[in-house]
Ligand binder design. Structure first.
Ligand SMILES: *Cc1c(COP(=O)(O)O)cnc(C)c1O
Length: 231
């Protein structure tokens, strides 16, 4: 089933790109595998997926150890500072940098290991109380500050749009983030390489692509409904 779902999502990404006059190669699909077992990830891997998203440090590190080494792991969930040490060196990209202090912690651990960590700044475009991230009007100064950290490389922006029935409702959210993305590209800040715009999930990734997303994070649409158990 995973294989068929993956094909379907890819087809829709392709169509959304065509509608928007974009090259499908500009858009990377991240298969969000949180709560899903290794054998489902393997099925997606065998169907060609190489980018996977997880939101818990423990789960990410466990899966990373047992699954193929050429998988690019994306940390997409809120990251606590005391867990930074465990993920530095393990992730292709940390999408969820939501405070200066977190970026500082990443800088510190990355310096110790003498690596550079690619990150995205998480922006709470819709200003939802329940969500992490910088407000739109705080983002520029945060970027300027984090840009001075030598072992952290800002690659772009990420947002988690509100849960809505009709994905069209999120179009303005994606437009606002894309505008900030373009503005930041134009500023050409040293040590910042604005090339990644991570937005869109199962319910709204096609709209996100129409509004400029370069990474879409799709879980349910590939792996089915998630069941959370208290174990
Ligand atoms: C779970 C999650 C997703 C995937 O959500 P779906 O609606 O299942 O596609 C995407 N982004 C983040 C940050 C998530 O936590």
């Amino acid at each position: 089933m995973v294989k068929e779902n993956l094909e379907e999502v890819k087809k829709r990404i392709f169509k959304a790109c065509k509608r928007a006059g974009r090259n499908p190669e500009e858009v990377t699909l991240i298969a969000v595998s949180k709560t899903k077992p290794a054998d489902m990830i393997t099925e997606a891997y065998n169907s060609g997926a190489r980018d996977f998203g997880e939101n818990k440090v423990q789960e990410l590190t466990e899966k990373c150890l047992i699954l193929p080494g050429d998988i690019r792991w994306h940390m997409i969930g809120h990251l606590q500072r005391n867990k930074v040490k465990q993920v530095v060196g393990m992730t292709a990209l940390i999408h969820s940098v939501d405070s200066i202090r977190l970026a500082e912690q990443i800088q510190e651990e990355a310096a110790k290991k003498n690596v550079t960590v690619d990150i995205l700044l998480e922006v709470n475009v819709a200003k939802e109380e329940s969500k992490f991230g910088f407000n739109l009007d705080e983002a520029e100064s945060a970027i300027s500050e984090i840009a001075t950290f030598q072992h952290v490389k800002i690659k772009g922006l990420m947002t988690i749009a509100p849960f809505v029935e009709n994905p069209e409702e999120n179009r303005p959210v994606f437009q606002k983030l894309n505008q900030l993305y373009i503005d930041m590209q134009r500023k050409n800040i040293d040590n910042v390489n604005m090339t990644v715009l991570s937005m869109g999930m199962t319910g709204d990734y096609e709209v996100a692509i129409e509004e400029g997303a370069t990474l879409v994070r799709v879980g349910t649409g590939i792996f089915g409904t998630r069941y959370y158990m208290n174990t």
